[in-house]
Design a protein around this ligand. Sequence first.
Ligand code: 7PM
Length: 259
Amino acid sequence: MGILNVTPDSFSDGGKFIDLNKAVSHARQMVDGGVDIIDIGGESTRPGAARVSVDAECDRVIPVIEAIRTETEVALSCDTSKSEVMQAAATAGIDLINDVYALRAEGATHVASTSGLPVCLMHMQGEPRTMQGNPAYENLTGEIRSFFKERIAACVAAGIERDKLILDIGFGFGKTPAHNLTLVNRLRSFLDFNLPLLVGLSRKSTIGQIVDDRLTGSLAGGLAALERGARIIRVHDVAETVAAVRVWRSIQAERVIYE
Ligand code: 7PM
């Protein structure tokens, strides 16, 4: 999964609007690099970030989704927590809802259910604004497993088919570096949900605390996650990740793989 951030600080036209051409050419670059899913997000979940209104978020992401949809068949996801944005993105033709808030917002399970789309449910302790204050767990994997159980039950109760769900440990969301590293190391303990696992650690601060070169660090972290059962890794650097994954897959297959 390749990250396409459509916030004014990433694809500004010089002011506070998104430059569609820049966003679409970044998407093309990811397709050329071998991306499977492009994840389009317009609300920064950076700790302490200002909240974005529904209209502002739609103005950012919907034209980008529509433009990419008309020129490629690649799967698209929308990184949003707002039910109105999910609905607009579904209408614009996305293939997957990626919600760091795990459909806890008002109306979100309903929109996801009626859209029929797959959904990634991410774990987060607290709220983006305050989550990095003092993350603490009595039982790290146990609390995250309980969270997944509760969200899966809420989704199924709302009419979402269980096999449309993807689970994500939420690397960096209300977690210390040690929590993040433990969760990747123990990723296998979430495999018994029998749902695909997604891990997003690309360029995150925990990686930056270990190495200066976050790209190299993210490649190593991504492979460690795949080795432990992740099915999807969410990354900024698509071509580099595809190359690293190809070597890892070739070792697994014991032959040269070129796809
Ligand atoms: C600032 C802080 C900007 C954090 C962006 C971020 C994930 C995600 C994000 C993840 C899933 C980033 C994050 N992270 N969705 N969206 N899993 N499913 O570093 O880990 O990209 S936003």
